[in-house]
Design a protein around this ligand. Sequence first.
Ligand code: NAD
Length: 271
Amino acid sequence: MATSNSRLTGKVAIITGGARGIGEAAVRLFVENGAMVVIADILDEEGKKLAEEMGAHTCAFHHCDVAVESDIEALVAFTVSKWGKLDILYNNAGITCIGQGEDVLNMDMDKFDRIMSTNLRGMALGVKHAAKAMVNAGTRGVIICTGSTTSVMAGMAPVAYTVSKHAILGLVRAAASDLGKYGIRVNCVSPAPVTTPLLLEHFRHASGNQNVSMEDARAWCDSFSNLKGHSLTPLDVAMSALYLASDDSSFVSGLNLIVDGGFTITSHIFE
Ligand code: NAD
């Protein structure tokens, strides 16, 4: 896929969950577009390896559990001390909830709390501390949170995941409303199922078959698209995040950008 390569020249970005999956695609794309990127993740080995591959002048890894407030504060401080500012936070880290129970009758509330802690509290902490740094520095920054098609519909994932992703829309709208006066834009990118390690884990659990391949998973993902002839990739999602991170979307705030090939608006899929 052809991409312009100068959309983020001189910008400093944090990408949470950047060690693999959609986050990794975003790290590569943001660096390719001229940004300095901090990968924030709990996967130290993968994160360090990717940062090394990108090059020390444009990329660094910082261990961070997004659910821990002191980790997020340290992450923002690290970024500002390394590159002098923070322009973009891409709140991408998220987990699914294998064995959480597929419906409300079977919810395991400890697992429910764990999902909320990463998927919702983690993103709220990112919004809070990135926005503080931007406001203090007078930076007209950008914050992107990660929803999902499960942000707007139920029945596709275990309840806790669906609830957490619906709540992200509230977080994005509240933050966009509060931060507009500082020139800070806040948006959401909401992908359909896309082949990543997280998806594979979910798919293996849902199908009860630990041996399913990435190809099987891709075919399953394709069934959640109305746009035939193209399988959704992590790069497609990262491209939408790039749009929201760049000046191409300079008057866009509070948006939920659904990247689903028209799936959620196509009722015949459910017939
Ligand atoms: P992934 O599991 O492949 O990657 C997620 C990354 O987040 C991993 O590197 C993981 O180590 C990191 N992470 C998890 N918990 C963390 C924590 N507490 N602190 C810091 N990092 C943490 O998943 P992915 O599919 O690339 O998902 C990325 C985002 O996209 C998630 O928010 C997910 O909910 C969302 N999403 C994914 C899909 C999909 O089908 N893959 C669809 C819709 C939305």
